[in-house]
Design a protein around this ligand. Structure first.
Ligand code: CO
Length: 465
């Protein structure tokens, strides 16, 4: 037997799993009663913040995401707390100025985040540069992600070179982030080996069960040298979420990759999240099982269903095959962007327009911005003729897109001033101006009540032990 090589587990129940299965609606009160058990279970990390949770907490749950972070931090002593950050997009929907990125990272770490998992949809490392630099300055764990995709330019060599660059940027670990469940076990073995040949930092696997391949992918990847896997406790696993924690722990038990987690310790966690699942069952996707169309077309499930819906709305459902055939044409012209949000929607919409209105006759605003360079540098050069049709006489930018955005923090602090209860509120304001206008005054009122001892308490009776 070769040397000890324990595989570590990152539990995603508190972020990706509920984002994937119940539209990010899990509340802090659903989480608090089980945190002590989660902390004792032996997880390496809990992914519990960032991604869509920030927006959803305020928009749908009337909760302050910063407060959630602090409440969880106060109860977790052993496991690391991990968040998902979309590079220069942070947890919002556009690129923000560098001063906003730095301030956000500083406050996230200051409020208790240990690991910042950072990615860019185009894999343009310039879009994660500022965030990465600040994570290192704050002394937190920097994890940089490869957004996995399949295309002629996404070769093993290209991915491995990216991993090398990430290591040079100071990454403490690297993740293969397969948002759509596209990777298969054989390709995963090759990819892990290629990356491991170029860097020795720990490698984490992140996939989704959408195609039914993810637990095979994890096992294959672990055999090839991966160190950490992302799993979800079983009531929040499978379907569009991650492989079940219990099953992966059992699969590796007693081997050189033993997770060190006692499956008995997962039992109360499983029981708790069964109740949470029951509470939100009306939000669960109707169809479980495998999305065979992802296996057929190697495009994400969300992109496929968007195209089906767009065509239905345009009374052109019979054009689906044509649109699917147009996707590779559009993707090539755009320099093979990974098919993840937002580029997956852009490629899908452009392919639909090309089929229904004639190829390259209409370009939505986002596609013009893309060809102007505002999303970053695509993996391969764009088609210059198509670019010209899209942007006309305008000159594309070639610098890091963040350089084009003037500092924004000072104005945000001024704008949020009437409702500021803490510096974090200015970040909330700049990232989600519409939601914040509604939310921050409520927070302000609540905090002021709190000062008089009338605060609302988290409700421990919601889930009797
Ligand atoms: Co994910």
């Amino acid at each position: 037997m070769s040397g000890e090589r324990k595989v570590r587990i990152t539990e995603t129940a508190l972020r990706d799993a509920h984002q994937s299965l119940i539209a990010t609606r899990m509340s802090t009160n659903d989480m608090l009663p089980i945190l002590d058990k989660m902390d004792e279970a032996g997880y390496w990390a809990l992914e519990m913040w960032g991604g869509a949770t920030f927006d959803s907490a305020m928009r749908f749950l009337d909760e302050d995401p910063w407060e959630r972070l602090r409440l969880i931090r106060a109860r977790i002593k052993n496991a690391k707390l991990q968040m998902l950050l979309r590079g220069q997009n942070l947890v919002g929907y556009r690129h923000y100025a560098d001063d906003v990125v730095r301030e956000f990272v500083k406050r996230a770490v200051g409020n208790g985040i240990d690991i910042i998992r950072c990615f860019d949809a185009l894999n343009d490392l310039r879009n994660v540069e500022i965030a990465a630099d600040q994570v290192k300055k704050e002394g937190a764990h920097l994890q940089l992600c490869i957004s996995y995709t399949i295309s002629p330019v996404h070769t093993l060599e290209a991915f491995a070179d990216m991993a090398k660059k990430m290591t040079d940027m100071g990454a403490d670990s690297i993740a293969i982030k397969d948002m759509a469940g596209l990777i298969n076990p054989v390709d995963c073995i090759k990819l892990v080996k290629a990356i491991k040949a170029k860097t020795s930092v720990p490698l984490e696997l992140h996939s989704h069960y959408t195609t039914g391949l993810a637990s095979m992918v994890y096992f294959a990847g672990i055999e090839a040298g991966a160190d950490i896997i992302d799993t979800a406790i079983s009531p929040f696993a499978l379907g569009t979420s991650q492989p079940p924690t219990e099953s992966m722990v059992a699969a590796l038990s007693g081997s050189e990759w033993d997770t060190g987690i006692d499956i008995e310790k997962l039992l109360p966690i499983c029981e708790h999240f069964k109740k949470v699942r029951e509470k939100y069952k009306n939000l669960l996707p109707e169809i479980a099982g495998v999305n065979i169309n992802i296996l057929r077309y190697q495009i994400p499930g969300g992109m496929y269903s968007n195209m089906v819906n767009q065509l239905k709305e345009m009374n052109a459902s019979d054009k689906l095959e044509d649109v699917l055939k147009e996707v590779p044409v559009v993707r090539e012209a755009m320099g093979y962007p990974p098919l993840v949000t937002p580029s997956s929607q852009m490629v899908g919409t452009q392919a639909t327009l090309n089929v229904l209105r004639g190829r390259w006759k209409i370009f939505p605003k986002e596609i013009r911005q893309y060809f102007l360079g505002y999303y970053g540098m695509p993996p391969a050069p764009v088609d210059p003729e198509v670019q010209k049709l899209a942007i006309g006489k305008e000159e594309p930018i070639t610098c890091r897109p963040g350089e084009k955005i003037a500092p924004e923090m000072e104005q945000a602090r001024k704008d949020a001033q009437p409702w500021m209860t803490e510096p974090e509120d200015a970040l909330t304001w700049i990232m989600f101006p519409q939601v914040a206008k509604d939310f921050l005054p409520k927070k302000y009122a609540k905090v002021n009540k709190r000062d008089t001892g009338l605060q609302e308490q988290a409700d421990p009776a919601a889930y009797p032990a």
